[in-house]
Design a protein around this ligand. Structure first.
Ligand SMILES: [Zn+2]
Length: 407
Protein backbone atom coordinates (compact mmCIF):
# COMPACT_ATOMS: atom_id res chain seq x y z
CA UNK A 1 0.00 0.00 0.00
CA UNK A 2 1.19 3.51 -0.64
CA UNK A 3 2.60 5.47 2.23
CA UNK A 4 0.80 8.69 2.87
CA UNK A 5 2.48 11.26 5.01
CA UNK A 6 0.08 12.73 7.47
CA UNK A 7 1.38 16.00 8.80
CA UNK A 8 -1.97 17.05 10.13
CA UNK A 9 -1.03 15.95 13.62
CA UNK A 10 1.44 18.78 13.84
CA UNK A 11 0.35 21.64 16.02
CA UNK A 12 -1.19 24.28 13.85
CA UNK A 13 -1.17 27.10 16.34
CA UNK A 14 2.07 28.30 14.74
CA UNK A 15 0.06 29.69 11.86
CA UNK A 16 1.00 33.33 11.40
CA UNK A 17 -2.67 34.27 11.19
CA UNK A 18 -4.07 32.33 14.14
CA UNK A 19 -7.12 30.10 14.62
CA UNK A 20 -7.18 26.48 13.41
CA UNK A 21 -5.58 27.45 10.13
CA UNK A 22 -5.84 31.17 10.46
CA UNK A 23 -9.44 31.79 9.55
CA UNK A 24 -12.74 31.34 11.28
CA UNK A 25 -15.16 28.74 9.87
CA UNK A 26 -16.76 28.94 6.48
CA UNK A 27 -19.00 31.53 5.04
CA UNK A 28 -17.59 34.45 7.00
CA UNK A 29 -17.50 37.49 4.77
CA UNK A 30 -14.59 39.77 5.45
CA UNK A 31 -11.34 41.21 4.21
CA UNK A 32 -8.21 40.09 5.94
CA UNK A 33 -4.61 39.30 5.18
CA UNK A 34 -5.00 40.27 1.55
CA UNK A 35 -8.00 38.00 0.99
CA UNK A 36 -11.23 39.73 0.05
CA UNK A 37 -14.43 37.72 0.12
CA UNK A 38 -17.19 39.64 -1.54
CA UNK A 39 -20.47 39.64 0.29
CA UNK A 40 -22.49 39.81 -2.91
CA UNK A 41 -20.84 37.13 -5.04
CA UNK A 42 -18.98 35.02 -2.52
CA UNK A 43 -15.94 35.16 -4.78
CA UNK A 44 -12.55 35.15 -3.14
CA UNK A 45 -9.79 37.42 -4.41
CA UNK A 46 -6.23 37.86 -3.40
CA UNK A 47 -4.20 41.06 -3.62
CA UNK A 48 -1.46 40.20 -6.18
CA UNK A 49 1.23 42.26 -4.46
CA UNK A 50 1.31 39.81 -1.57
CA UNK A 51 1.45 36.69 -3.70
CA UNK A 52 4.66 34.66 -3.33
CA UNK A 53 3.89 32.96 -6.63
CA UNK A 54 3.71 34.08 -10.18
CA UNK A 55 6.49 36.65 -9.82
CA UNK A 56 9.45 36.69 -12.16
CA UNK A 57 12.97 35.80 -11.04
CA UNK A 58 12.72 33.99 -7.71
CA UNK A 59 9.25 32.53 -8.25
CA UNK A 60 10.46 28.91 -8.22
CA UNK A 61 12.35 29.33 -4.97
CA UNK A 62 9.57 31.27 -3.31
CA UNK A 63 7.08 28.64 -4.43
CA UNK A 64 9.15 25.88 -2.82
CA UNK A 65 9.51 27.95 0.35
CA UNK A 66 5.80 28.63 0.41
CA UNK A 67 4.95 24.92 0.14
CA UNK A 68 7.54 24.04 2.80
CA UNK A 69 6.02 26.56 5.17
CA UNK A 70 2.51 25.24 4.59
CA UNK A 71 3.75 21.68 5.18
CA UNK A 72 5.47 22.77 8.41
CA UNK A 73 2.24 24.48 9.49
CA UNK A 74 0.32 21.25 9.00
CA UNK A 75 -1.80 22.73 6.20
CA UNK A 76 -0.37 20.63 3.37
CA UNK A 77 1.00 17.12 3.16
CA UNK A 78 3.33 15.67 0.54
CA UNK A 79 2.24 12.72 -1.62
CA UNK A 80 5.37 11.51 -3.39
CA UNK A 81 3.87 8.19 -4.58
CA UNK A 82 0.66 7.35 -6.37
CA UNK A 83 -2.12 6.92 -3.78
CA UNK A 84 -3.65 4.11 -5.84
CA UNK A 85 -0.75 1.90 -6.95
CA UNK A 86 2.17 3.27 -4.91
CA UNK A 87 4.38 3.94 -7.93
CA UNK A 88 6.76 6.93 -7.69
CA UNK A 89 6.89 7.25 -11.51
CA UNK A 90 4.91 10.27 -12.60
CA UNK A 91 4.67 13.26 -14.91
CA UNK A 92 3.49 16.78 -14.31
CA UNK A 93 -0.12 17.21 -15.39
CA UNK A 94 -1.41 20.48 -16.86
CA UNK A 95 -3.55 22.34 -14.37
CA UNK A 96 -7.05 22.41 -15.76
CA UNK A 97 -8.94 22.92 -12.49
CA UNK A 98 -11.39 25.76 -12.45
CA UNK A 99 -12.22 27.67 -9.33
CA UNK A 100 -15.20 25.91 -7.92
CA UNK A 101 -17.03 26.24 -4.63
CA UNK A 102 -14.58 23.97 -2.83
CA UNK A 103 -11.52 25.81 -4.06
CA UNK A 104 -13.15 29.05 -2.98
CA UNK A 105 -13.73 27.52 0.46
CA UNK A 106 -10.10 26.50 1.06
CA UNK A 107 -9.04 30.08 2.03
CA UNK A 108 -11.81 30.05 4.64
CA UNK A 109 -10.20 27.19 6.56
CA UNK A 110 -6.48 27.52 5.74
CA UNK A 111 -4.02 30.41 5.37
CA UNK A 112 -3.80 29.63 1.64
CA UNK A 113 -4.78 32.32 -0.81
CA UNK A 114 -7.37 31.67 -3.49
CA UNK A 115 -4.96 32.74 -6.20
CA UNK A 116 -2.29 30.21 -5.25
CA UNK A 117 -4.37 27.09 -4.61
CA UNK A 118 -4.43 25.72 -8.16
CA UNK A 119 -0.67 26.24 -8.57
CA UNK A 120 0.40 24.99 -5.15
CA UNK A 121 -1.72 21.84 -5.29
CA UNK A 122 0.24 20.57 -8.29
CA UNK A 123 -1.28 17.69 -10.27
CA UNK A 124 0.75 14.65 -11.38
CA UNK A 125 -0.21 11.67 -13.51
CA UNK A 126 0.98 8.24 -12.42
CA UNK A 127 2.85 6.52 -15.26
CA UNK A 128 1.81 3.13 -13.95
CA UNK A 129 -1.96 3.28 -13.33
CA UNK A 130 -2.85 6.71 -14.92
CA UNK A 131 -4.26 8.14 -11.68
CA UNK A 132 -3.96 11.93 -11.45
CA UNK A 133 -3.11 13.11 -7.95
CA UNK A 134 -2.01 16.24 -6.15
CA UNK A 135 1.38 16.58 -4.51
CA UNK A 136 1.16 18.35 -2.18
CA UNK A 137 -2.48 18.21 -1.12
CA UNK A 138 -4.25 19.28 2.05
CA UNK A 139 -3.18 17.54 5.23
CA UNK A 140 -5.81 15.33 6.76
CA UNK A 141 -6.69 17.92 9.39
CA UNK A 142 -6.94 20.71 6.81
CA UNK A 143 -9.08 18.44 4.63
CA UNK A 144 -11.37 17.72 7.60
CA UNK A 145 -11.86 21.49 8.03
CA UNK A 146 -12.67 21.88 4.33
CA UNK A 147 -15.31 19.14 4.35
CA UNK A 148 -16.96 20.35 7.54
CA UNK A 149 -16.73 24.10 8.09
CA UNK A 150 -15.33 25.10 4.67
CA UNK A 151 -17.90 23.50 2.41
CA UNK A 152 -19.67 20.85 4.46
CA UNK A 153 -22.23 19.77 1.94
CA UNK A 154 -21.91 17.34 -0.93
CA UNK A 155 -23.22 19.72 -3.55
CA UNK A 156 -23.27 17.17 -6.39
CA UNK A 157 -25.15 14.64 -4.27
CA UNK A 158 -27.97 17.03 -3.37
CA UNK A 159 -28.03 18.32 -6.94
CA UNK A 160 -28.72 14.89 -8.43
CA UNK A 161 -31.32 14.18 -5.72
CA UNK A 162 -33.19 17.38 -6.55
CA UNK A 163 -32.91 16.55 -10.24
CA UNK A 164 -34.43 13.14 -9.63
CA UNK A 165 -37.34 14.83 -7.81
CA UNK A 166 -37.86 17.56 -10.39
CA UNK A 167 -37.44 15.12 -13.26
CA UNK A 168 -34.84 17.14 -15.16
CA UNK A 169 -31.90 14.76 -15.28
CA UNK A 170 -33.10 12.65 -18.20
CA UNK A 171 -30.00 12.92 -20.32
CA UNK A 172 -27.28 12.68 -17.72
CA UNK A 173 -27.59 10.93 -14.41
CA UNK A 174 -30.85 9.14 -15.23
CA UNK A 175 -29.23 7.69 -18.35
CA UNK A 176 -26.24 6.51 -16.34
CA UNK A 177 -28.48 4.96 -13.70
CA UNK A 178 -30.65 3.09 -16.17
CA UNK A 179 -27.76 1.68 -18.21
CA UNK A 180 -25.58 0.88 -15.20
CA UNK A 181 -28.42 -1.01 -13.52
CA UNK A 182 -29.16 -2.92 -16.73
CA UNK A 183 -25.53 -4.03 -16.89
CA UNK A 184 -25.43 -4.94 -13.19
CA UNK A 185 -28.60 -6.99 -13.59
CA UNK A 186 -27.18 -8.77 -16.64
CA UNK A 187 -23.82 -9.52 -15.05
CA UNK A 188 -24.67 -10.15 -11.39
CA UNK A 189 -28.45 -10.56 -11.28
CA UNK A 190 -30.59 -11.37 -9.45
CA UNK A 191 -29.42 -8.76 -6.95
CA UNK A 192 -30.87 -9.10 -3.45
CA UNK A 193 -28.35 -7.42 -1.12
CA UNK A 194 -27.06 -4.08 -2.35
CA UNK A 195 -24.74 -1.46 -0.82
CA UNK A 196 -23.50 2.04 -1.48
CA UNK A 197 -20.90 4.10 0.32
CA UNK A 198 -21.46 7.40 2.20
CA UNK A 199 -23.49 9.45 -0.32
CA UNK A 200 -27.02 8.03 -0.75
CA UNK A 201 -27.86 10.15 -3.79
CA UNK A 202 -25.07 9.76 -6.35
CA UNK A 203 -25.62 6.06 -7.04
CA UNK A 204 -28.69 3.97 -7.84
CA UNK A 205 -30.70 4.24 -4.61
CA UNK A 206 -32.94 7.12 -5.82
CA UNK A 207 -33.41 5.25 -9.11
CA UNK A 208 -34.71 2.13 -7.35
CA UNK A 209 -37.10 4.10 -5.14
CA UNK A 210 -38.42 6.39 -7.80
CA UNK A 211 -39.19 3.52 -10.14
CA UNK A 212 -40.82 1.22 -7.62
CA UNK A 213 -43.15 3.76 -5.94
CA UNK A 214 -43.77 5.85 -9.02
CA UNK A 215 -42.67 9.36 -9.81
CA UNK A 216 -45.68 11.07 -8.19
CA UNK A 217 -45.31 9.34 -4.79
CA UNK A 218 -41.56 9.85 -4.81
CA UNK A 219 -41.93 13.56 -5.43
CA UNK A 220 -44.70 13.91 -2.82
CA UNK A 221 -42.57 12.34 -0.14
CA UNK A 222 -39.48 14.35 -1.03
CA UNK A 223 -41.52 17.57 -0.83
CA UNK A 224 -43.00 16.53 2.52
CA UNK A 225 -39.53 15.90 3.93
CA UNK A 226 -38.37 19.34 2.88
CA UNK A 227 -41.55 21.04 4.11
CA UNK A 228 -41.14 19.44 7.50
CA UNK A 229 -37.63 20.82 7.79
CA UNK A 230 -38.57 24.29 6.63
CA UNK A 231 -41.49 24.59 9.05
CA UNK A 232 -39.16 24.79 12.05
CA UNK A 233 -37.48 27.85 10.63
CA UNK A 234 -40.76 29.68 10.05
CA UNK A 235 -41.69 29.84 13.75
CA UNK A 236 -38.85 31.47 15.63
CA UNK A 237 -40.70 32.37 18.82
CA UNK A 238 -37.57 33.36 20.62
CA UNK A 239 -34.65 31.05 21.22
CA UNK A 240 -36.51 28.70 23.56
CA UNK A 241 -39.48 28.47 21.24
CA UNK A 242 -37.24 27.66 18.30
CA UNK A 243 -35.39 25.01 20.22
CA UNK A 244 -38.57 23.40 21.49
CA UNK A 245 -39.99 23.36 18.01
CA UNK A 246 -36.79 22.01 16.50
CA UNK A 247 -36.89 19.10 18.90
CA UNK A 248 -40.61 18.60 18.42
CA UNK A 249 -40.48 18.29 14.66
CA UNK A 250 -40.58 14.73 13.49
CA UNK A 251 -39.52 13.46 10.11
CA UNK A 252 -42.43 12.78 7.77
CA UNK A 253 -44.12 9.45 8.32
CA UNK A 254 -42.75 7.10 5.70
CA UNK A 255 -45.07 4.16 6.44
CA UNK A 256 -47.68 4.83 3.75
CA UNK A 257 -44.95 5.63 1.31
CA UNK A 258 -43.11 2.41 2.07
CA UNK A 259 -46.29 0.35 1.75
CA UNK A 260 -46.80 1.60 -1.76
CA UNK A 261 -43.69 -0.23 -2.89
CA UNK A 262 -44.59 -3.55 -4.38
CA UNK A 263 -42.56 -6.22 -6.14
CA UNK A 264 -40.04 -4.16 -7.98
CA UNK A 265 -37.22 -6.34 -9.21
CA UNK A 266 -34.83 -4.05 -7.38
CA UNK A 267 -32.69 -5.16 -4.41
CA UNK A 268 -34.59 -6.14 -1.22
CA UNK A 269 -31.80 -5.09 1.11
CA UNK A 270 -30.32 -1.65 0.56
CA UNK A 271 -27.52 -0.62 2.85
CA UNK A 272 -25.73 2.71 3.00
CA UNK A 273 -22.31 1.92 4.41
CA UNK A 274 -20.86 4.79 6.43
CA UNK A 275 -17.09 5.01 6.42
CA UNK A 276 -15.58 8.11 8.00
CA UNK A 277 -12.93 9.99 6.05
CA UNK A 278 -11.26 13.35 6.54
CA UNK A 279 -11.83 13.98 2.81
CA UNK A 280 -15.58 13.35 2.91
CA UNK A 281 -18.64 15.25 4.19
CA UNK A 282 -19.92 12.43 6.42
CA UNK A 283 -22.58 13.18 9.02
CA UNK A 284 -22.15 16.84 8.28
CA UNK A 285 -24.05 16.75 4.99
CA UNK A 286 -27.33 18.61 5.53
CA UNK A 287 -29.61 20.49 3.14
CA UNK A 288 -32.66 22.51 4.16
CA UNK A 289 -32.42 21.13 7.68
CA UNK A 290 -32.47 17.46 6.61
CA UNK A 291 -29.42 15.23 6.74
CA UNK A 292 -28.77 13.06 3.72
CA UNK A 293 -28.72 10.03 5.99
CA UNK A 294 -32.15 10.82 7.45
CA UNK A 295 -33.60 11.38 3.99
CA UNK A 296 -32.01 8.16 2.72
CA UNK A 297 -33.53 6.21 5.58
CA UNK A 298 -37.07 7.52 4.93
CA UNK A 299 -37.25 8.45 1.27
CA UNK A 300 -34.99 5.74 -0.09
CA UNK A 301 -35.78 2.93 2.40
CA UNK A 302 -32.11 2.45 3.16
CA UNK A 303 -30.52 0.85 6.22
CA UNK A 304 -27.44 2.62 7.58
CA UNK A 305 -24.49 0.53 8.73
CA UNK A 306 -20.88 1.09 9.66
CA UNK A 307 -18.13 -1.30 8.68
CA UNK A 308 -18.16 -2.56 12.29
CA UNK A 309 -21.88 -3.34 11.93
CA UNK A 310 -21.19 -5.28 8.73
CA UNK A 311 -18.40 -7.23 10.43
CA UNK A 312 -20.58 -7.95 13.46
CA UNK A 313 -23.42 -9.31 11.31
CA UNK A 314 -21.06 -10.89 8.78
CA UNK A 315 -22.93 -9.07 6.01
CA UNK A 316 -22.20 -9.71 2.34
CA UNK A 317 -23.61 -8.04 -0.76
CA UNK A 318 -24.38 -9.07 -4.29
CA UNK A 319 -23.41 -5.64 -5.53
CA UNK A 320 -21.79 -2.51 -4.07
CA UNK A 321 -21.70 0.76 -6.02
CA UNK A 322 -18.96 3.13 -4.84
CA UNK A 323 -19.33 6.74 -5.94
CA UNK A 324 -17.21 8.15 -3.12
CA UNK A 325 -14.06 6.06 -3.34
CA UNK A 326 -12.07 9.12 -4.40
CA UNK A 327 -12.84 10.72 -1.04
CA UNK A 328 -10.58 8.36 0.88
CA UNK A 329 -6.86 8.76 1.42
CA UNK A 330 -6.35 5.00 0.99
CA UNK A 331 -8.84 4.01 -1.70
CA UNK A 332 -7.51 0.52 -2.33
CA UNK A 333 -7.96 -0.47 1.31
CA UNK A 334 -11.61 0.63 1.14
CA UNK A 335 -12.13 -1.10 -2.21
CA UNK A 336 -10.60 -4.34 -0.94
CA UNK A 337 -13.02 -4.37 2.02
CA UNK A 338 -15.95 -4.11 -0.39
CA UNK A 339 -14.51 -6.69 -2.81
CA UNK A 340 -14.17 -9.16 0.05
CA UNK A 341 -17.86 -8.93 0.93
CA UNK A 342 -19.44 -8.27 -2.50
CA UNK A 343 -19.75 -10.40 -5.62
CA UNK A 344 -19.51 -7.30 -7.81
CA UNK A 345 -18.27 -3.77 -7.11
CA UNK A 346 -18.94 -0.80 -9.38
CA UNK A 347 -16.46 2.07 -9.10
CA UNK A 348 -18.18 5.24 -10.30
CA UNK A 349 -16.05 8.26 -9.42
CA UNK A 350 -14.97 11.39 -11.30
CA UNK A 351 -12.72 10.79 -14.27
CA UNK A 352 -9.25 12.33 -14.26
CA UNK A 353 -10.28 14.66 -17.09
CA UNK A 354 -12.72 16.22 -14.62
CA UNK A 355 -10.23 16.52 -11.79
CA UNK A 356 -10.44 19.41 -9.42
CA UNK A 357 -8.71 20.25 -6.19
CA UNK A 358 -11.34 19.07 -3.73
CA UNK A 359 -10.12 15.55 -4.48
CA UNK A 360 -6.63 14.35 -3.58
CA UNK A 361 -6.69 12.25 -6.78
CA UNK A 362 -8.86 10.93 -9.60
CA UNK A 363 -8.68 7.51 -11.23
CA UNK A 364 -7.43 7.60 -14.81
CA UNK A 365 -8.53 5.70 -17.93
CA UNK A 366 -6.14 2.86 -17.05
CA UNK A 367 -7.76 2.00 -13.73
CA UNK A 368 -9.52 -1.16 -15.01
CA UNK A 369 -6.18 -2.41 -16.33
CA UNK A 370 -4.63 -1.71 -12.93
CA UNK A 371 -7.41 -3.66 -11.21
CA UNK A 372 -6.71 -6.60 -13.54
CA UNK A 373 -2.99 -6.40 -12.66
CA UNK A 374 -4.02 -7.05 -9.07
CA UNK A 375 -5.67 -10.28 -10.15
CA UNK A 376 -9.23 -8.99 -10.12
CA UNK A 377 -11.69 -9.24 -12.99
CA UNK A 378 -12.46 -5.73 -14.25
CA UNK A 379 -14.30 -4.17 -17.18
CA UNK A 380 -14.54 -0.47 -18.01
CA UNK A 381 -18.12 0.37 -19.03
CA UNK A 382 -17.75 4.13 -18.84
CA UNK A 383 -18.61 4.94 -22.44
CA UNK A 384 -21.68 2.74 -22.73
CA UNK A 385 -23.19 4.16 -19.53
CA UNK A 386 -22.79 7.79 -20.59
CA UNK A 387 -25.40 9.42 -22.81
CA UNK A 388 -24.09 9.45 -26.40
CA UNK A 389 -24.45 13.22 -26.62
CA UNK A 390 -22.64 13.86 -23.32
CA UNK A 391 -19.00 14.02 -22.34
CA UNK A 392 -17.94 11.34 -19.86
CA UNK A 393 -17.04 13.01 -16.56
CA UNK A 394 -17.55 9.96 -14.35
CA UNK A 395 -16.19 6.50 -14.91
CA UNK A 396 -18.02 3.21 -14.50
CA UNK A 397 -15.72 0.27 -13.86
CA UNK A 398 -17.07 -3.15 -12.85
CA UNK A 399 -14.63 -5.10 -10.69
CA UNK A 400 -14.79 -8.38 -8.81
CA UNK A 401 -12.51 -10.83 -7.07
CA UNK A 402 -15.28 -13.44 -6.73
CA UNK A 403 -16.57 -13.77 -10.28
CA UNK A 404 -15.33 -13.34 -13.81
CA UNK A 405 -16.93 -10.36 -15.53
CA UNK A 406 -17.41 -10.76 -19.25
CA UNK A 407 -17.83 -7.60 -21.28
ZN1 LIG B 1 -0.58 4.76 -9.83
Amino acid sequence: MPTIQATGSQPVCGSPIGGPFGYPPGGVLRERGGVAIHSRTGEVDFAPAESPLGESGSSANSSVERVSQLVRDGVLSHQPDCPVCGSPRRQLEPNTARRNRYIRAIPLVTPMRASEIVDVLQAWRCENCTTVYCDPWLSRSASAHLFTTGFGQHYDGWKVLHESVSNDDGETHAYWREHTWARIDAIAGPVSAYAELNCPFRGLLPYFRRNEVGVAAYRRFARRARRSARSRRRHPRGILGSLRRAFDVRPPDASSFLQSAGESGYPDERVLVLEPSAACWGNNCISQGVSCQSLASGLLAVTLATTDDLDHDDRCFDVAVLTQLDHFFEPMAVLERFLARSRLVVVACHLSNYFSKQHPYAFGPGIAEHFRSRGWSAVDLTRETVHPAKRAVNQCVFVSQQMRISS
